[in-house]
Write a protein that binds this ligand. Structure first.
Ligand SMILES: [Zn+2]
Length: 77
């Protein structure tokens, strides 16, 4: 485990860390796109977990209804 300097905030970061723990800048392997996707997914997850249960039910219900709608359309064609 080597330490390197974060290009963004100049903190010492493990070169094996996917992102800088200080500022979230992608580190490991400089896989910027992948790290950005992980960061975005994490952000979406945090928003989802932080959302009120009523919103989760509404969004979840809409997603299920949309999925079933597509399935019915595909099945009846
Ligand atoms: Zn940083």
């Amino acid at each position: 485990m080597a330490l390197m300097t974060c290009p963004e905030c100049k903190h010492s970061v493990s070169s094996t860390a996917p992102t800088c723990p200080s500022c979230g800048h992608p580190i490991a392997g400089s896989q910027g796109v992948q790290a950005e996707a992980v960061k975005a997914a994490g952000r979406m997850g945090a928003i989802w977990v932080g959302a009120p249960w009523a919103a989760q039910i509404i969004v979840g219900g809409l997603m299920v209804a949309g999925f079933l709608g597509v399935m019915i359309i595909l099945a009846t064609q």
